[in-house]
Design a protein around this ligand. Structure first.
Ligand code: IPE
Ligand code: IPE
Ligand code: MG
Length: 237
């Protein structure tokens, strides 16, 4: 299929980048090797999304629950993130990716926090917006939104009964980002694992039997085609 023949992608695609550990295990490699291969798959898919004209790509990179893993695995993931961000800062002009971060970054090392901030600031004018979910949990996102709303009430800025769905959305990390039309989970698991709980109310889920490091542009095409076959009713008929 040529680029022109491809059906138009949704504006916002979200991906749960899962299956790195199994990919490594299948090859007799340490789990960190799977995460390195997963980072490679992400580079390819982010570029492909830009080519397709996707406006927002939200990726689940590290959840609030992933701290339960061994210290070795967690530090391996953090090291890879640091390397990736340094590389992204170097190649910023070429890739034209605009970085945003969803999650509680205060739990990351000061060095990594600085890289996140720098990537966000230096890429503010670029095209495809990549929302990197780091130490992200859908429940944690709602808790921090409730805390910030309560603080605004306490300061007399707003009344509790004035809270609307749009107002609540504005307290989320995804403020100003439209809800994802399509959420893809590779790896064969069929659950959300605390991803975008609020924003996914009417998203179409596509679950795929491929491990994230093996995920290719063809898999993304397949998911987009599947999305176009769905009949979205939003509660209507
Ligand atoms: C996803 O791959 C990456 C992270 C959660 C950080 P996994 O590491 O969960 O891979 P599996 O599910 O064990 O195969
Ligand atoms: C979800 O995958 C989180 C990320 C991909 C970052 P997990 O591997 O952590 O999810 P579970 O444990 O299978 O639900
Ligand atoms: Mg997993």
């Amino acid at each position: 299929m040529t680029q022109e023949e491809k059906i138009s992608p949704p504006r916002h695609i979200a991906i749960i980048m899962d299956g790195n550990g199994r990919w490594a295990k299948n090859r007799g490699l340490p789990r960190t090797a799977g995460h390195a291969a997963g980072a490679e798959a992400f580079r390819k898919i982010a570029n492909y999304c830009r080519e397709l004209g996707v406006e927002y790509l939200t990726v689940y990179a590290f959840s609030t629950e992933n701290w339960k893993r061994s210290q070795e695995e967690v530090s391996g993931i953090m090291r890879l993130l640091g390397l990736y961000l340094k590389e992204a800062l170097r190649d910023m002009r070429k890739n034209r990716v605009r970085f945003c971060f969803f999650g509680d970054l205060t739990k990351l090392s000061p060095k990594l926090q600085k890289l996140c901030l720098q990537a966000q600031e230096e890429s503010a004018d670029y095209d495809v917006q990549v929302n990197f979910c780091l130490n992200y949990g859908g429940r944690q996102e709602l808790v921090q939104a409730a805390q910030r709303f309560a603080a605004d009430v306490q300061q007399g800025l707003v009344q509790p009964q004035e809270l609307t769905e749009d107002m609540l959305s504005s307290y989320l990390y995804s403020k100003d980002v439209p809800d994802p039309e399509l959420i893809i989970r590779p790896s064969g698991e069929k659950r959300t694992s605390n991803f975008l709980l609020w924003q996914s109310a009417y998203s179409e889920y596509v679950f795929m039997n491929v491990l994230w490091p093996d995920f290719s542009p063809e898999h993304l095409d397949e998911a987009i085609e599947e999305y176009h076959r769905r009949n979205r009713r939003f509660g209507g008929v």
